[in-house]
Write a protein that binds this ligand. Structure first.
Ligand code: NAD
Length: 361
């Protein structure tokens, strides 16, 4: 009997609905091949949720997510909502999704496919063969620490405050995900912090160092975040798995993303504790500049669906088949505008989707 999964779809804003439509077609086709069926429930998040309900993360969306095996998200945001108060912005919906589902680990692969080496802004000899996984802590640190706010001092001056904080248990659980991820990859883990300046980073470094005893096969190193940023563009092949805090991970994973040449190619996974649904989404935003024009690259969304099959649904063979189809369409010469280079013709989002369906067979 076919294995059935409940999937909540969050298409969001901008190019979100366009790339999500392709992902659904691909999942259905993959389901036919691997005897899997999907019950898809679509829910609102971000700007589209604000327009419909006034809330970027309505309770119905949370309920749908909690009642599913996994969640596929596209992207949120757009010019239209940029001037709303902070607590009503689309991004607030994203933060609420992460914290209410306890998505504390964000996995972002940055892999250079041989077909796209020349799409990188860095030299071929620097980026060829790069295959990095950034494990970013996602529900703690500076983005969630209290106190936070803009306060008025006694002298009447305004003072902005955010707090970078990590408890031992928060570091332990992200460290565990990172060491285990490294074990499944090249068994090299680099922990990035700023322990020469920040006490919170000192605790981070001490805890991660102590955990290494449980993973004797993993070669652990530490870098300060400023050096890590430099090394990432100087000699990225030295990295296998990187683990870091929320703020540093936000910045480093975007830098790692750009090594690959296109943000339109990069998936991500946000994981909770085992058995809880994770959220799978492209690294890029809602690209309002190209929304509705059939120009979006759907491959990051498709690769996010592959990560969902691999991590939440334990369907590695189906995930492999999607990843192989992506490589195949690139080999066949299909390129959307963001990854096109000399000698290739540009195809739209829908044509890329059709090529993928054909490649899956
Ligand atoms: P963006 O990633 O949306 O776009 C940056 C550039 O990359 C744009 O030129 C865009 O056209 C291009 N691009 C992005 N994805 C693409 C794709 N799949 N195919 C082809 N080209 C693609 O980042 P931005 O412009 O800084 O932000 C736009 C909106 O997205 C903002 O409202 C921002 O808040 C939001 N955003 C959302 C998320 C998310 O949902 N996780 C992440 C980042 C930004």
């Amino acid at each position: 009997m076919a294995q059935n999964y409940r999937i909540t779809l969050l298409p969001g804003d901008g190019i979100g609905p366009e790339i999500m439509a392709i992902a659904v077609q691909v999942l259905k086709r993959i389901g036919e091949k691997f005897d899997l069926t999907f019950d898809f429930t679509e829910a609102l998040i971000g700007g589209s949720a604000i327009d419909a309900t006034g809330n970027p993360f309505p309770p119905e969306t949370l309920a749908a997510c909690q009642n599913s095996d996994s969640i596929l998200l596209a992207a949120i945001g757009g010019y239209k909502w940029d001037n709303l108060p902070r607590n009503q912005r689309p991004e607030t919906g994203l933060l609420a999704l992460r914290s209410s589902l306890n998505l504390f680990a964000n996995l972002r692969p940055a892999t250079i496919l041989p077909q796209l080496v020349d799409a990188s802004t860095l030299k071929r000899e620097v980026v060829e063969g790069v295959d990095i996984m950034v494990v970013r802590e996602l529900t703690g640190g500076l983005y969630f620490g209290e106190p936070r706010g803009i306060f008025t001092t006694e002298s009447g001056e305004k003072r902005g405050v955010n707090t970078m904080t990590y408890t031992e248990s928060e570091i332990d659980r992200i460290g565990k995900v990172a060491f285990e991820t490294a074990m499944k990859r090249g068994k090299k883990l680099c922990s990035v912090d700023k322990s020469n300046v920040l006490e919170v980073s000192q605790l981070w470094r001490d805890k991660i160092t102590a955990m290494a005893a449980d993973y004797p096969e993993v070669e652990l190193s530490h870098l300060y975040v400023d050096n890590a940023a430099m090394q990432l563009v100087r000699s990225p092949r030295q990295f296998d798995t990187i683990v870091t805090s929320n703020l540093f991970g936000d910045i480093l994973s975007d830098a790692a993303a750009m090594l690959t040449g296109s943000i339109g190619m990069l998936p991500s996974a946000s994981l909770s504790n085992p058995g809880q649904p994770g959220v799978y989404e492209p690294v890029h935003g809602s690209a309002p500049d190209i929304a509705g024009q059939d120009k979006a690259n759907p491959l990051a969304q498709i690769l996010s669906a592959a990560m969902m099959l691999r991590y939440d649904l334990n369907q590695a063979a189906a995930a492999d088949a999607i990843e192989a189809a992506v490589v195949k369409v690139l080999d066949q010469g299909y390129r959307t505008g963001d990854i096109v280079s000399a000698g290739f013709e540009t195809v739209g989002c829908k044509a890329m989707g059709e090529a993928l369906l054909k490649a899956i067979g």
